[in-house]
Design a protein around this ligand. Structure first.
Ligand code: ADP
Ligand code: 5GP
Length: 189
């Protein structure tokens, strides 16, 4: 009879300025490692074209978000560029208990909250090759208004300054190179 030791669940925090390529990197990573789980956040932001409720985010009203906060249903939450974003607690705890590896793609303030509550979580930060390239990527994605783009760029400067707080920094210049560094960071720990 073979014996399989229980797998240990693990939390991985993935942060970096909007438009740096977090979603692109995580989609590619999931294609290679379908067992990696991605937490689905709640947000008051309106869906972008092509985004699906329950797959990309749980799109909720401000009142619904407020109620989740009051019922203590979020592991962390923050305001970003005029909207609220938060990680549903029950789903995360369930995944960790089941022994899964779970990635939280969240902004800086949320990452700091997780650092306080889950000090053993691996914290990764993705950097752009330059601010000019970051702006180019956000514009070329073509899914945010000019106002939303300005807010994201303003916030990007603050977030990039905080990159050294994280365990590992990955520069997303060439996508394949960044993906390899991401794989190494996650699996070689
Ligand atoms: P985020 O999830 O961090 O907001 P996205 O994954 O939506 O960012 O990427 C923003 C834009 O940048 C997309 O149009 C994406 O195709 C592009 N992009 C991502 N990674 C790279 C890369 N390494 N080189 C060039 N463009 C990239
Ligand atoms: P976007 O509007 O571009 O999808 O996301 C904006 C920012 O919110 C990104 O930096 C993204 O990582 C972050 N974000 C997404 N979900 C959450 C969450 O649950 N909590 C926090 N704190 N940030 C989140």
């Amino acid at each position: 009879m073979s014996f399989s030791p229980p797998r240990t669940g693990r939390l991985i925090v993935f942060t970096g300025p909007s438009g740096v390529g977090k979603g692109t990197l995580l989609r590619a990573l999931r294609d290679r490692y379908p067992a990696l789980q991605l937490s689905i956040s709640a947000t008051t932001r309106a869906p972008r074209p092509g985004e699906v409720h329950g797959r990309d985010y749980y799109f909720v009203s401000r009142e619904q978000f407020q109620a989740m906060v009051e019922r203590n249903e979020l592991l962390e939450w923050a305001e970003f560029a005029g909207n609220y974003y938060g990680t549903p607690k029950a789903a995360v705890l369930q995944q960790i208990e089941a022994g899964n590896w779970l990635i939280l793609e969240i902004e800086l303030e949320g990452a700091r909250q997780i650092r306080a509550s889950f000090p053993h979580a691996l914290q990764l930060f993705v950097l752009p090759p330059s601010l000019t390239e970051l702006e180019h990527r956000i514009r070329q994605r073509g899914k945010d208004s000019d106002e939303a783009i300005e807010k994201r760029l303003e916030r990007a400067r603050v977030e990039i300054e905080a990159a050294p707080e994280f365990d590992i920094q990955i520069i997303n210049d060439d996508l394949e190179t960044a993906l390899q560094q991401l794989e190494q960071s996650i699996f070689d720990q």
